[in-house]
Ligand binder design. Structure first.
Ligand SMILES: N[C@@H](CCC(=O)N[C@@H](CS)C(=O)NCC(=O)O)C(=O)O
Length: 227
């Protein structure tokens, strides 16, 4: 059984989408990051970095296997089940390079853009502009790549699953989403997949509907606590 330690955010949706598309059984273990559950000792033994998502494969060959970092989790599950990540080098690295691009660019830049736009204690125009502009530039890269393509790396792959949940929240940054028609077509194609829709419904009763945090959540989430 795969245990998915998660809370409803884009990084966790990547994994829930893959699990749903694989159609394998899994158990969701909520990690309420607004309440500080990412710092519980039991969770830190799974991910010493104090961030979700993480998984535990309780049936891995040499005993339970804990994995953190959503990109690593996607690769592990895709490889284990032989789906959504080709084995031959061209297809494999077509997908992996976009997973890495998402992990190092799209996710972190969007994260910083949200932080300075919605959560910084005082407005810092330079930081907000820098990260929102970079988020927009990255979306433009994806837009150009998707023009005329059905999926990011040939067939549906973990590259689509990594990028899609972050693109869904792009509108919250105030970017002009009409500037990305190929991206919109791909988003609609992704959204129409029942597995993607089920993955995006992960713990939906806990979803944050507006970028607002109470005092306790601010203390837990904005990097002021160590793991
Ligand atoms: N690179 C990590 C990022 C994980 C991450 O930053 N998760 C956030 C939620 S999206 C989290 O757990 N935040 C808790 C905190 O900031 O204390 C991944 O992709 O798994």
């Amino acid at each position: 059984m795969i245990e998915l330690h998660a809370w409803p955010t884009p990084n966790a949706y990547k994994v829930s989408i893959l699990l749903e598309e694989l159609a394998i059984p899994y158990l969701v273990k909520p990690v309420d990051i607004t309440g500080g559950a990412q710092f519980d000792q039991a969770f830190l033994r799974i991910n010493p970095n104090g961030r979700m998502p993480a998984i535990v494969d309780t049936e891995a060959p040499d005993g339970p296997l804990a994995i953190f970092e959503s990109g690593a989790i996607l690769i592990y599950l895709a490889e284990k089940h032989g789906r959504f990540l080709p084995t031959e080098p061209h297809g494999r690295f077509a997908a992996i390079q976009w997973v890495m691009w998402q992990m190092s660019g799209l996710g972190p830049m969007f994260g910083q853009a949200f932080h300075f736009q919605h959560f910084a204690p005082e407005p810092i125009a330079y930081a907000t502009d820098r990260y929102v502009r970079e988020a927009g530039r990255l979306l433009k890269v994806l837009e150009q790549h998707l023009d005329g393509a059905e999926y990011i790396a040939g067939d549906l792959s973990i590259a689509d699953m990594a990028c899609y949940p972050w693109t869904v929240v792009a509108g919250m940054l105030g970017l002009d989403m009409d500037a990305f028609p190929a991206l919109a077509t791909w988003q609609a194609r992704m959204a129409a997949r029942p597995g993607v829709a089920r993955g995006m419904a992960l713990l939906e009763q806990h979803r944050m509907t507006a970028p607002r945090l109470d005092e306790a959540a601010r203390r837990n989430l904005l990097g002021s606590r160590d793991a």
